[in-house]
Design a protein around this ligand. Structure first.
Ligand SMILES: Nc1ncnc2c1ncn2[C@@H]1O[C@H](COP(=O)(O)OP(=O)(O)OP(=O)(O)O)[C@@H](O)[C@H]1O
Ligand SMILES: [Mg+2]
Length: 283
């Protein structure tokens, strides 16, 4: 064995390895439609400010990755897009957020309807304590999107197909969703989110509880879904951000430090703090 092998891998090779990974994601074209516009957004938990005057344009039909050290505000900022912070006591959101030009913080907005349009997938798969079928059928039923059993079956099958789960569950649709493996449960949660025909899918570390094989399946799915959806993905994995996203936003201490094409952010970061983070010096 060589001395090099004994000494282990050299430090801070992330950026070089990243080149190979990045060759798969291409920057999106400049004329891509903007789906979400955030302007001067501040978020407070009581007296503590978690998000500091962030403005950002998020494109349609692309994956935008949020990266940054723990506690920097990724989840807090993500939750602004479907008003999930409204459900947290003491949380206050300031600034303006528009989806397709519509201000989502107007007082008369129907928040339940908004959360159907802006689906969310969480770190820990959280199927309802219901059958696989009913997990997916629930949203379309309560939002009045299906009228007959036939329509419901069609939506359930289509959503499970799109989530890449149909083949594995088609013979056990009436078994509990909680009986699936972690990776299958996460795909079930994605099927549940897409069943109501959302415009945007927010994903907060959707693979962090999964093994590498299940992670690869979800990443493939995210890549497919982006042809029709706006996806915002929080991840702690630099490799994952580089593999699946077209835009990357780096946050630090509640501030947006850098936002650009993923390829640029990982290979030619404009900010020293970004470089330090992606090369493993901070965080
Ligand atoms: N419900 C809450 N009440 C009070 N403070 C909160 C709450 N949620 C988050 N915070 C604080 O807001 C800041 C941002 O937290 P947030 O969860 O958005 O970070 P994050 O980047 O998602 O971190 P992680 O990578 O660990 O998930 C942190 O300082 C955190 O302690
Ligand atoms: Mg978080």
């Amino acid at each position: 064995m060589s001395r090099r092998a004994l000494a282990g891998p050299p430090q801070n090779t992330n950026r070089f390895a990243m080149h190979d990974v990045l060759s798969r994601t291409k920057p999106i074209s400049a004329d891509t439609r903007i789906r979400i516009t955030a302007r001067d957004v501040n978020v407070f938990y009581g007296a503590t400010q978690a998000i500091r005057t962030i403005s950002m344009d998020i494109p349609d039909c692309a994956v935008t990755a949020f990266i940054g050290p723990s506690g920097c505000g990724k989840s807090t900022f993500l939750r602004c897009f479907n008003r999930m912070n409204d459900t947290i006591e003491g949380a206050r959101v300031e600034g303006r957020i528009e989806i397709d030009g519509e201000d989502i913080y107007t007082p008369d907005l129907d928040v339940v309807e908004l959360r159907a349009r802006i689906g969310m997938v969480f770190q820990k798969p959280n199927p309802f304590p219901k059958s696989i079928f009913d997990n997916v059928a629930y949203g379309p039923r309560i939002h009045g999107l299906v009228r007959t059993r036939g329509e419901t079956e069609e939506v359930v099958e289509r959503s499970l197909q799109r989530a890449g789960l149909w083949k594995e569950v088609k013979d056990r649709l009436h078994e509990p969703g909680t009986g699936l493996s972690g990776g299958q449960q996460q795909r079930l949660c994605i099927a549940r989110a897409i069943a109501v025909g959302p415009e945007v899918i927010l994903m907060d570390e959707p693979c962090s509880a999964l093994d590498p094989i299940a992670t690869a399946v979800i990443e493939e799915l995210i890549d497919e879904l982006r042809t029709n959806y706006t996806i915002v993905l929080v991840t702690h994995s630099m490799q994952q951000a580089a593999r699946v996203s077209q835009k990357t936003a780096f946050f630090h201490l509640g501030k947006l430090i850098e936002y650009g094409d993923t390829e640029q952010v990982f290979t030619r970061p404009a900010e020293r703090q970004t470089e330090d983070y992606i090369s493993g010096k901070i965080g």
